[in-house]
Design a protein around this ligand. Structure first.
Ligand code: PLP
Length: 284
């Protein structure tokens, strides 16, 4: 596999980053995941807008132009022969020389890493037909979840807890209300109304969330942006999650209780279809 490091395209076993990089020492960096379908990039503009916001919130300079990112993404897709899969982009604050809590002086070059992961048949995941089972666990992450940092230890712990309990993912709960999934935004459907938590610093502002809510409104579906409890989710007609790599994924069981009929429901199914169709059309 060819990967990108600071402007160079290298075989993955020759790509290196300093041990002093603040991304490595302090999780001082941000990332984006962009899906590739039929060799094209989904929601590229949205992901770049969020990348720039994340960098801004951490007072990091954006090291590349939009055109540079696009060219690099396309070069990686091409060189690695990616039809379906994803591109991972990470920008860390770079190597200041010494470990220090204070940010390094302006002019320290950020480290930019990009790589691809091939996922043939990504859009036809069998799980979309059967749905995910999830558990709920306390949300013990930091309070700036709107910044897409590489500090992913708690979501990893949550994912491991889910695996240990034989389910697909965990929904995180704070003050009795669902924030989001380990790596996705969460929704319930009751009497035809789609409910999802409003944007704030408590959750990541999902690019797929924005697209799905836009498509839902265009399809005249009712949407309410508000928080909900696990009990409300268990009593809902449907539940689902969205993310750049899972698209729209139904959730059929929460903490052992079936949601609705326990089968994948019509709203999640329809939204997945619309999302995939519209995103493919708009892909670049
Ligand atoms: N919430 C969290 C915590 C995430 O990590 C992600 C994606 O990785 C999302 C939500 C969904 O965001 P997007 O739709 O932009 O992939």
């Amino acid at each position: 596999r060819t990967v990108y490091v600071n402007g160079d395209y290298l075989p993955e076993d020759q790509a290196t980053v300093s041990v002093f990089d603040r991304g490595f020492l302090m999780a001082d960096g941000v990332y984006e995941v962009v899906s590739v379908l039929d060799g094209k990039l989904l929601d590229f503009d949205g992901h770049l807008v969020r990348l720039k916001r994340s960098l801004d919130e951490l007072s990091m300079d954006n090291p590349l132009s939009d055109d540079d990112y696009l060219a690099a993404f396309r070069a990686l897709v091409e060189r690695n022969g990616i039809t379906d899969g994803m591109i991972y982009l990470q920008v860390t604050r770079g190597n200041p020389g010494d470990r220090d809590f204070a940010y390094p002086p302006a002019g320290t070059r950020p480290t930019v890493v990009m790589f691809t992961q091939s996922k043939p048949g990504l859009a036809d995941a069998p799980a979309a037909k059967t749905g995910w089972k999830i558990i709920s666990i306390p949300d013990q992450r930091w309070a700036r979840r709107d910044i897409k940092t590489v500090q992913l230890l708690y979501p990893s712990m949550a994912k491991m807890e889910a695996k240990a309990r034989g389910v697909d993912d965990a929904w995180l709960v704070e003050d009795g209300l669902v924030t989001e999934g380990t790596s996705n935004n969460t929704y319930i459907v009751k009497n035809g109304t789609i409910v999802t938590r409003a944007l704030s610093n408590d959750i990541l502002h999902g690019i797929t969330r924005a697209a799905v809510l836009r498509f839902a409104a265009e399809a005249q579906m009712q949407v309410e942006e508000r928080s909900f409890t696990i009990a409300e989710a268990q009593a809902a007609d449907e539940a689902f999650i969205t993310s750049a790599s899972a698209f729209v994924m139904p959730v059929v069981e929460i903490d052992g209780a079936a949601v609705g009929t326990g089968q994948v429901g019509p709203v999640a199914t329809r939204l997945r279809e619309i999302y995939l169709e519209e995103s493919r059309k708009a892909a670049i």
